[in-house]
Write a protein that binds this ligand. Structure first.
Ligand code: MCA
Ligand code: AMP
Length: 488
């Protein structure tokens, strides 16, 4: 395991990455990454320094992330869709020395006070110096908590390598596989699993820049690929199934992949059933978090059972605990407990937040996920929900209700607000904000509140619905009763 990406060290003219119509080989990716590493080292960046990368999904961006690693720098991923408030927070928190933007795409915001390297690398033959698996930080991925602004999860090279190796075993993932996905490059799913996972096994990633069922079908049937794996979130499977109902070619395309893999949120029994009815294929679910990477997965050798995310991956210790953190030993698919994990893939902590790290990670290395589940006799885990209603999963994105509430409270017309995730067939959960306006606040229509959030936060954090109410339901202590709002 010493090399993180062995095939980039002695690269070949073999396909590594296709983005849209642009194919790059390992040799080209390694050469461009080396150029980037030279550029950043020439800019005075030292090992351990942080470099922000606007995550436009392009080969140049991939080269920049790999080049940062080669230079020993830590990549801070910036979503091209970040709102002004989120960007200001991340830049302040992570204090990157440099920001990289693929010049072929417009940079939505300039990062004040930081040198911005605007470059679009050409495919360029070369080989990447050694990239060793060690405990140094590789990535900082910003992720939401129940309250406050997003926290930067520090992910090390060892976290990445150990998790990918466990997934290789589980999915029998080899260099014959091309992953097809249309996921953003700012999270574990699209970046760590999709891009790094493909490069670690020496296979390829075919990224579809904008998700459409047709775009995914074209990538799955691309004659360059020997065999494919489809990685998608449940919202995408829902939309694929919806479109496949009246599109025989899409049904055929969905029969092609060696495995259909779903994660980032639970795939409903309804979608499992529909995809099986349409294609005759099961969907293999896997379960993880930004902070722990992937913990469970249905092995390739087993037919998936809808509702189950599989047993723990090799190397992952998983226990269920009750409210007092006592272990639940039952394997009866009935006793419900919080999932707690320990593995070499659990992150190094939140950047600048030892307090928040200590809340989830104990001294023995156990990470408290906040997810509630049962365990069946064969060790398979079934996820039933989360401890907190304040963490919302919408379209596979994790969103903290508190962050949206704080944003809306900055609006002069808003007196009180409560944000909840309401059940939604397409998104899993839909963000709904219940708002009490100030007397004379003068909000004629809710659009202005949605736009207010849209400017400051990413588009997926916008409430889909704003309900204007006279008061929020509270208990005797004055605490808002969100469960009552979800049921409205
Ligand atoms: C959204 N829109 C709105 C509103 N909300 N417009 C007006 N009012 C609103 N309230 C806009 C959006 O910005 C978008 O605009 C358009 O409406 C359509 O939005 P939507 O229905 O959300 O569709 P979408 O933009 O096509 O997104 C669906 C998606 C996306 C493609 C499934 O949610 C997605 O990429 N999800 C992946 C999330 C992910 O990768 N999660 C991994 C983290 P416009 O078209 O202009 O943009 S989890 C992880 O990493 C762990 C470890 C794991 O387990 O995997
Ligand atoms: P994130 O850090 O954005 O990856 O969000 C992690 C959360 O996503 C977990 O704590 C779970 O609540 C949820 N999640 C991920 N994968 C699954 C899955 N297969 N089934 C149910 N929930 C999932």
């Amino acid at each position: 395991m010493p090399e993180l990406f062995p095939r980039l060290v002695s690269p070949e003219s073999r396909l590594a990455l296709v983005v849209g119509d642009e194919p790059w080989t390992y040799r080209e990716l390694a050469g461009a990454a080396l150029r980037h590493a030279d550029r950043v080292e020439g800019s005075g960046v030292r090992p351990g320094d942080r470099i922000a990368v606007w995550a436009h999904p392009t080969p140049s961006t991939a080269a920049a992330i790999l080049g940062n690693m080669t230079a020993g720098a830590v990549t801070v991923l910036l979503s091209p869709k970040l709102g002004t408030q989120e960007l200001a927070h991340i830049v302040h928190d992570a204090s990157p020395r440099l920001a990289f933007s693929d010049s072929g795409h417009p940079t939505p915001h300039d990062v004040e006070g930081i040198v911005c390297l605007r470059e679009r690398y050409d495919a360029h033959a070369g080989s990447l110096g050694s990239l060793i698996v060690d405990d140094n930080a590789a990535l900082i991925l910003y992720t939401s908590g129940t309250t406050g602004p997003p926290k930067g999860a520090v992910i090390t090279r060892r976290n990445i390598a150990t998790n990918l190796d466990a997934l290789n075993k589980t999915w029998e993932w080899t260099d014959r596989d091309t992953v097809v996905h249309s996921l953003p490059w700012i999270h574990v799913h699209g970046l760590v699993l999709g891009l790094f996972g493909s490069l670690r096994v020496g296979g390829a990633l075919h990224h579809v820049p904008r998700f459409t069922p047709r775009g995914v079908a074209a990538a799955l049937t691309d004659p360059r690929h020997e065999q494919t794996l489809l990685f998608a979130v449940p919202t995408m499977y829902h939309r694929l199934a919806e479109a496949a109902e009246s599109d025989a070619a899409l049904v055929e395309a969905l029969r092609r992949p060696r495995l259909l893999i779903s994660g980032s949120a639970g795939l409903s029994l309804r979608e499992h059933g529909r995809i099986h009815r349409l294609t005759g294929r099961g969907v293999h679910e896997r379960y993880g978090l930004t902070e722990t990477l992937i913990n469970c997965g249905v092995p390739a050798s087993r037919a998936p059972t809808p509702g189950f995310v599989g047993p723990p991956l090799p190397g992952v210790e998983l226990i269920l605990v009750d409210d007092e953190r006592g272990r639940i030993d039952a394997h009866d698919d009935e006793a419900i407990g919080e999932i707690v994990v320990r593995s070499p893939s659990v992150f190094a902590g939140y950047l600048n937040r030892p307090d928040a790290t200590a809340e989830v990670l104990d001294e023995e290395g156990w990470f408290y996920t906040g997810d509630l589940a049962t365990r069946a006799e064969d060790g398979s885990i079934r996820i039933l929900g989360r401890r907190s209603t304040d963490l919302i999963k919408t379209g596979g994105y994790r969103v903290g209700a508190g962050e949206i509430e704080a944003c809306l409270l900055d609006h002069p017309a808003v007196a009180e607000v409560a944000v909840v995730g309401a059940p939604d067939d397409d998104l899993g959960q839909r963000i709904v904000a219940f708002v009490v306006v100030r007397s004379g606040g003068g909000i004629d229509h809710t659009r202005s509140l949605i736009d207010f959030v849209a400017e400051r936060l990413s588009p997926h954090k916008r409430p889909r619905d704003i309900r204007l109410v006279r008061q929020l339901p509270r208990n005797a202590m004055g605490k808002v009763q969100k469960k009552q709002l979800v049921d409205v």
